[in-house]
Structure formats: C-alpha cells, structure tokens
Design a protein around this ligand. Structure first.
Ligand code: ADP
Ligand code: MG
Length: 725
C-alpha cells in the first residue's frame, strides 16, 4: 500500500536522507522517499502494522511532525513561519539581558535574581535542545549539533558559568531560526512553480433542456411537442485531474489553462509567464495548441482537451519538480562522509582535553597523579566542542544547491537534481542535436524535383501519405498536403526516414542513405535545405527540399557558452555532412559529426565523455539514448515531446536555447559558492578550534563564532539568488 505524508520540521537535506535510510531499513517497507523540498514522504509498505512502525520512526525523528496523511493538497506550500521561534528567542533574550544586568549591578543576596533570570532565559531556548538530544540518544543518533550544544551548555552551568550556559543555547537558536528562514525562502522559489496548476477547470457539459411548454413532463400520451428540445451547454466546475481527452473546457479571463488543449474560439490572448519566467503575451488562433499553465489575459475562450492532466505540460513539470532531489552532488557526499567521522573524532579530542590534559598538567608541574587546573581545561574542551560543530558545512552546502535550483526554476529552467547542476558547471563539452535544437524544427516544403514521368503532385502526396506515420519534425512539413493514397502500414527508421506500403508497394521517404540501403539510386542534389528523397517499389520518384530556420538565439547562445565555460561545442546530427557543415559554420560550432543513427550518436557521445563531463542538448527525437548517458541532458521545452522531458535532467521550458546560458551561469555560481563555503568554514573552524583548545576563546564567543560561521555560510549560499549578469 502506498501512503503519502506531508511533514514539517525537516531542517536539512541530510536529515531527509537519514530519515529515508531509516524507513527503507524497516521490515516490510518496499520503498520510501523523503522529499526535502516538498516536505513530503512517500511510503510503499506491506500493511497497516508496518505503516504504524514507520509513523513511529517519522515522528521520533528530530522535530519532524506529520501534518497530514494522504491528502490531495500535498503539494501546497507549507506556510509555517518562524513567529513562534522568534517569540521564544525574544523572551529568552529579555531575561538574559535582565540577568546580565543583575549580575553586574546587584550585590549578593540580590544576585540570586541574576540566576533566576538566567534560568528563565534558558527555558524557552534550551529545553527544546535538551529534549531533541534526549530523543536522538534514545534512537541511537548521538553525535549531532543538539548533543554538542547540550554538552556545552550543561557543562558551562556545572562550572558555574551561567551567562555562558545561556548564551550558548540562545545564540544557537538564533542561528537555527535564521537558517530555517533561508531554507523556507529557497523552498518557496522552487515550489512557486506549483502555482502553475489551476485549482479547478470549467467543464462544458452538453445537456438536453426540456422545453418550457409545461407539458413535457406529463404522462399524457396525446401531448404533442410543438417546439424542439434544446441542447445547452452547462458549466460545471471540476478538478483538472478529472478532465478527459476531447472534453471541452471554458477558460475565463484571468484564469489558468488547466490542461493542454486546442483552441476552439477564433482567437485568444495568453500569457506564458508562469511557464517560462518571462512575460510574453501570445495571440493564439483557432486550432492552435495551448499549453496548460498559461494565463488567459484576454476574452473568455473554449478549448478541446488534447492531453489529460498527467500528460499535460503542468502535470509533467510538477511531477519533475516533485521528484527533484537535492542530496546527491559530489561535494554533498563529501560533506556527509566528513561529518560521519569528524564529529566522533572531535568528541574524543574534547574528552582528551578535559581529562588527560589536567592530569598531564599535574605531572608536568610536579604535583604527581593529581588533576590540576581541571576547570580551565574542561572549559577549553567545551569551547572546542562548540566550535567544532559542523553545522555550517552540513547545512550550507545543500542549501546552496537548493537555492541554485530555485533560481533556475524562476527562470524556467527545471533541474531534476543538484547533481545535474554540478555536472553542468564542470562539463568540458556541450554537444547539440541539430534539428529542433539549433534549428526551430518547423519544416516547410520549399521545393520539389521530380524524376521523369512523375508529377509534383504525385510526389508530394506519396510522401505526405507516408509521413503521416512519423513524429519527426520533418513530417510536420507534409501535414497540410492532402493525399489520396492509403498506406497499409508504415514504420519509422530512426535517423533515416519512413518506410510505408501503398497498394502492396514499398514506399521509402527519407534521406539518401535510407534509399541507398534499399538499393535505390538517388541523384546528387545541391541544396541549402534538408533533402527528403522518395521512392516507390524501388523506383526513384523525386526529392523534396524542406527548409528549417536556424533559431535566432543559436549563434549568440553558442558565443556566450564559449565565453562562460570555454566549452568544446559539438554538433551531432543525422543529417548529411554537407548541410551539417554549413550550419555548423554558420553558428560557430567546433566539431561536427554527421550522418549519425541514434546508436552512432551514442558512440560519439561516449567518446566525447572521455575528455570530461558531457552536456547534451537535444529534443528527444532520435536522441533519447544519448540523453540517458550524458552527464547532464538538456531538453528543449517542447513539452509535447514527453520522451525528452523524461529522459532529460534539465528542461528549458521557455523553448529558448539562450536559457542554457543562464543555467550555466547559475550552476557555476552555485559551485563557486559551495567551494567557498567548504573551504571558508573549514579554515575558520580550524582557527577557532585551535584558539578554543588553548583556552583563549571564552565559551560564549565560541558559540558566537560558530553561529557566525554558519550565518556567513548561509548568507553566502543565498547569494546564488542575487541577479546574475
Ligand atoms: P538530427 O540529428 O538533425 O536531429 P535526426 O537524427 O532526427 O536528425 O534525423 C536524421 C535525418 O534522417 C534527417 O536529417 C532526415 O534527413 C532523416 N529523417 C528522419 N526522419 C525523417 C522523416 N520522418 N522524413 C524524412 N526524413 C527523415
Ligand atoms: Mg533531432
């Protein structure tokens, strides 16, 4: 059975993975995914009993709470804010200040007031930490930041350092809360895409209306209708998921298009901003496809549903966003490993400082086997513990990736996981498919040359009949051409063309290779266009030139890519060498591989991968295998091509190649910040750790330093979201 939970209180991507591992390890759990972005758990298990155990694990994990179970509104944004935390912090801070004042200004017996104030200050911020630590220890998770803070604050109190004991937890909570705010705002920028989905759809239902003669309902058999019954359209509000193909829906001004469909009204004015991140008004005409997620900015219109919700643009995007993962990039893995060994080692070292050093101290100054300066050393050990807390690293790295993905999402670039953002930033080669990627993929018939004795009409309609069976962009050029031929069966030959049978005769429509392989000779034709050769029953009928424009943004995009990343640019195409070369020269490509079949593209891609990371940009037609092996597969946002969206790691929803440059910029910036944070916080930590071990750093200043490093790292992480140039 499958269950979904909406949860709250999951603070880091790391914890998400830990929780996931715990759930998967349970007996009877088939699969479990914990989404940090959506604060959602999807669980497949064998029965109620297992489910109960899983719930037990979830609710005992850190501060995680289950908000709802199996609720349709799982994808709504969790609107928790941090008001409660701030109130607690404010109360604590108030008592803290009063405490400091009493301690400094009042003489004994009144100084008791100071201790009472400190105690009150400790309650709202310290107790939750103690509880969390207790909970974690009970579940076998010992070394985490709660544990460190507990040891430090309790230790300080035991030493009579009440001021420090409170300062530790207060500062720590402030840091945590700021962190939570940062996570929340990044979460928002990813989930803002959720707003693409419209809450309802207005379905038009045909209904037969009974006439108003007043007799229609009589049982009187002699009653004769003197007027016809009318059919009328009734508006009915339904959820987008319940719409089916060929339903007719009404979209009013200001509403979102619920599913993909075809316009039935003469014209409509739609805004694609929500989908692409760029405000762009578009006038659509009758019969044109309208993607879900667009907003109707003009008059009310009706449309016929062509894709059910799950297959519609919005459904696909949301599915992708839901499954996006944050926790797999290389630096992240490093950090997780690092934390696993680091914390116990640090604790051991602190123990040495606290126990061994005073003992050693005694020996050195000749007092024999006695502890000397124990208090001082214990304090050093506590300070050391606090400073060593690795939270800055553990939290800021995934947060940076998270922010990077959010930033991409805002610009209409969907990234399936942090790992792909990383691949994009470190790639050596960017390879492109030609048709539909560098070019617009809108083919039109430009010219036709017939063989002797064949009319142009015969040539075109033969080709058109067979092309009806192809999903290739070239086939679109033939859509408008009417044909009288009935094709019995037809099959696409990937990267070559189509083979069909008309009246039992084999018809070939495709490139020269396709015909050559079947032993049909073709003349050598010079043309700037793509050539589609046609033969029937082994006889050459002629060649059709179909034209496709290079996208206007192709050349500037390639130039920018070169500048940004010194990438090697390669073009992989199934088209002939001559035309491939011409286009490559025009747009400024470094290398060209032409005449490729899908598996040829795959081989080339694998050899390109020998030089380092490979980014592949394609449209999913004849290149899905390459997409699967590329380190980062980018597909153009023609969301109609579900294959591309599924196989790719990154989707440019705007269907504009130049978005790739934004993606590269964001990925590079993200990586830079991740490295800065890793190196920066390790260096700072080491510095403070040395100071702490030598007792130079007071405990409260150590917490300040620790929170400080964490905040600097967090703020640095959020820099990803600043404007990119
Ligand atoms: P690209 O790599 O440029 O995207 P493809 O691998 O999709 O090209 O196709 C390679 C070549 O095969 C095309 O340039 C075209 O000559 C031929 N071809 C493929 N499908 C068709 C079709 N449906 N009709 C005619 N020619 C086709
Ligand atoms: Mg292609």
């Amino acid at each position: 059975m499958k269950t979904t939970f909406k949860i709250s209180g999951l603070d880091c991507a790391n914890c998400a993975r830990e929780l996931e591992e715990k759930l998967v390890a349970l007996n009877g759990v088939q699969s479990a995914t914990v989404s940090f972005i959506h604060e959602k758990i999807t669980l497949v298990c064998d029965g109620q009993e297992t489910l109960d155990r899983a719930v037990e694990v979830i609710t005992h994990f850190e501060d995680v709470k289950i908000v709802s179970q199996d609720n349709a509104l799982l994808t709504t944004i969790n609107d928790e804010n941090h008001k409660k935390e701030w109130i607690l912090i404010a109360i604590s801070a108030l008592f803290f200040v009063v405490g400091i004042f009493c301690e400094r200004m009042l003489k004994m017996p009144w100084q008791v007031c100071a201790y009472i104030s400190y105690g009150l200050a400790y309650l709202p911020v310290g107790v939750p930490i103690l509880i969390a630590t207790g909970k974690n220890i009970a579940h076998g998770r010992i070394f985490d930041e709660n544990f460190l803070m507990t040891v430090a604050s309790v230790g300080a109190v035991c030493l009579g350092e009440y001021f420090e004991g409170v300062a530790v937890v207060l500062l720590y909570q402030i840091g945590e809360t700021l962190q939570g705010m940062a996570v929340r705002s990044s979460r928002r920028s990813i989930t803002h895409l959720m707003e693409l989905k419209s809450e309802y759809a207005t379905l038009l239902v045909q209904e037969e209306r009974v006439c108003a003669c007043g007799h229609c309902h009589t049982k009187d058999p002699t009653h004769v209708h003197d007027h016809a019954h009318k059919t009328e359209f009734l508006q009915k509000q339904v959820t987008p998921e319940t719409l089916r193909i060929d339903d007719v829906v009404l979209v009013k001004a200001g509403e979102k298009v619920p599913v993909d469909g075809i316009l039935l009204t003469d014209t409509a004015l739609i805004d694609t901003k929500a989908l692409t991140g760029e405000a762009a008004l578009k006038r659509a005409r009758r019969g044109e496809e309208i993607l879900s997620g667009c907003i109707n900015t003009g008059e009310v219109f009706t449309m016929r549903v062509t894709r059910a919700y799950d297959d519609s643009a919005v459904g696909k995007i949301l599915e992708m966003v839901e499954n996006a993962s944050v926790g797999k990039a290389k630096p992240e893995k490093f950090i997780t490993k690092f934390a696993k060994y680091y914390t116990p080692i640090v604790c051991l070292f602190a123990l040495v400082l606290a126990v061994f050093c005073p003992f050693f101290n005694g020996l050195v100054i000749g007092k024999g086997f006695r502890f000397v300066n124990a208090e001082r050393w214990i304090q050093s050990a506590l300070t050391f513990l606090v400073v060593s807390c690795p939270c800055a690293l553990i939290i800021s790295v995934p947060l940076t990736y998270f922010a990077g993905m959010g930033e991409c999402a805002k610009r209409g670039i969907l990234v399936k996981g942090a790992i792909y953002l990383e691949a994009l930033s470190t790639a050596r080669t960017v390879a492109f498919d030609k048709t539909g990627t560098l070019t617009e993929g809108n083919f039109t018939v430009c010219a036709a040359q017939t063989a002797q004795g064949v009319t142009e009409e015969e040539l075109l309609s033969t080709a058109a009949a067979v092309e009806r069976f192809s999903a290739h962009p070239i086939a679109k050029a033939f859509e408008e051409i009417s044909t009288a031929f009935a094709v019995e069966r037809a099959q696409e030959v990937a990267g070559r063309g189509v083979v069909g049978y008309v009246d039992g005769q084999e018809v070939l429509v495709g490139n020269a290779q396709l015909l050559a392989e079947k032993g049909v000779k073709t003349p050598d034709v010079q043309s700037p266009y793509t050539l589609v050769y046609v033969s029937k029953a082994g006889a050459y009928l002629g060649v059709i030139e179909v034209g496709d424009k290079i996208r206007t943004e192709t050349k500037p995009t390639l130039l920018t890519l070169k500048r940004l990343g010194k990438f090697d640019l390669a073009m992989l195409t199934g088209d002939n060498a001559e035309r491939a070369k011409k286009i490559a020269d025009e747009v400024g490509m470094d290398v060209v591989f032409s005449g490729l079949l899908p598996d040829g593209k795959l081989k080339i891609a694998q050899s390109l991968q020998q030089n380092g990371g490979l980014v592949y940009v394609g449209d999913g037609i004849n290149d899905a295998p390459v997409m699967r092996v590329a380190d980062c597969a980018v597909s153009m946002g023609k969301l109609g091509s579900a294959a591309a969206v599924e196989a790719s790691d990154l989707v440019l929803i705007s269907d504009n190649l130049s978005a790739l440059c934004d993606g590269v910029k964001i990925s590079k910036k993200t990586r830079r910040i991740v490295l800065q944070n890793i190196v920066g916080s390790i260096v700072m930590k080491c510095g403070f750790m040395v100071l702490g071990a030598f007792g130079v750093l007071p405990l409260w200043l150590a917490v300040f330093a620790d929170v400080g490093v964490m905040l600097v790292a967090t703020l640095n992480a959020l820099r990803v979201r600043k404007k990119i140039k």
